[in-house]
Design a protein around this ligand. Structure first.
Ligand code: ZN
Length: 138
């Protein structure tokens, strides 16, 4: 169903995050992994948030996780009305990091903490940049 979704606004792409957005446009969810202390984290940063090492590499995530917390918004400024209500959630990836995201293709009444979800990638107007969202896992 991905190709029926409206393109998203282009996120801020900078040298620290560029590889993340490019991988998303290829259908891959990249995490950052510290080579020194082993911490796996998101959002992408070139410094480990735990030990401040600069030895940070990319690691491909499975793209699956569970809903850690969520809220349902009936109106969001600038958001198309047919995309409402909008489910905004923290998804805890199987690798551990929590990602703030949208949950789509779901009745908001069916969303609950612990629901298994998987990543989908929504194109933006910028080539090679896609935005990850999550849908209930099959
Ligand atoms: Zn570290």
């Amino acid at each position: 169903m991905t190709d029926t979704w409206e393109p998203r606004p282009v996120p801020e792409v900078n040298p620290e995050t560029e590889a993340f957005w490019r991988a998303a446009s290829d259908g891959e969810f990249l995490l950052s992994a510290c080579d020194d202390c082993g911490l796996v984290f998101h959002y992408p940063r070139s410094l480990c948030p735990d030990c401040f090492s600069e030895d940070v590499d990319w690691q491909q995530a499975a793209g699956t996780g569970t809903i850690y917390s969520y809220s349902v918004s009936e109106s969001v400024s600038g958001w198309p009305e047919d995309g409402l209500p909008l489910v905004i959630a923290y998804v805890e990836l199987d690798e551990g990091p929590r990602v703030m995201t949208n949950v789509q293709d779901v009745d908001p009444d069916d969303v609950e903490v612990g629901l298994a979800v998987e990543a989908r990638f929504v194109p933006t107007e910028e080539e090679n940049v896609a935005v990850p969202v999550f849908v209930p896992a099959e």
